[in-house]
Design a protein. Structure first.
Length: 154
């Protein structure tokens, strides 16, 4: 199992110090999203073009090490710009009433498909329950730490 710290350490050691004034990394089982705050004087477009080859090389190495896709983004003047990110297909089983919610969103023109409608619902929950989700993520980090400190069978 790869820890978030292992991923953070990898990117911290590989990224040139001049690229970002701050670095944030988010991970799940499918993707590693690297988002850095650009220093003053750098534009998003210039950064994206001038670092492309280096970012690709780092991503190839990370994808080999961590078996996940790497995506990139930057923060400039408080605005986050994500470069190509992974859209992971998620299979789920929904009952009739749950499918009816998605179908209503599609029929009303809120979403183009059930997939878009489900994505819209997830974003809505994320936006309105951000504090609760942050607390839950914090608790999961504590669980990961306790597991790592626990006994092993070897």
């Amino acid at each position: 199992m790869t820890t978030s710290k292992t991923v953070q350490d990898f990117f911290s050691s590989k990224l040139p110090e001049t690229w970002f004034s701050e670095l944030g990394i988010e991970t799940d089982d499918d993707e590693i999203l690297v988002v850095g705050t650009l220093p003053e004087g750098n534009s998003v477009e210039d950064f994206r073009e001038s670092t492309r080859d280096q970012r690709i090389a780092i991503a190839i190495e990370a994808e080999s090490n961590f078996r996940r896709k790497v995506s990139w983004g930057v923060i400039k003047d408080g605005t986050t710009t994500l470069f190509t990110t992974l859209g992971a297909p998620i299979t789920t089983r929904l009952r009739l009433a749950e499918r009816a919610v998605l179908d209503t969103l599609v029929e009303a023109g809120v979403a183009r498909s059930r997939s878009d409608a489900l994505s819209w619902c997830v974003k809505l929950v994320g936006r309105h329950q951000a504090e609760w989700l942050a607390d839950l993520r914090g608790a999961l980090i504590d669980v990961e730490r306790v597991r790592a400190d626990g006994p092993t069978l070897l």
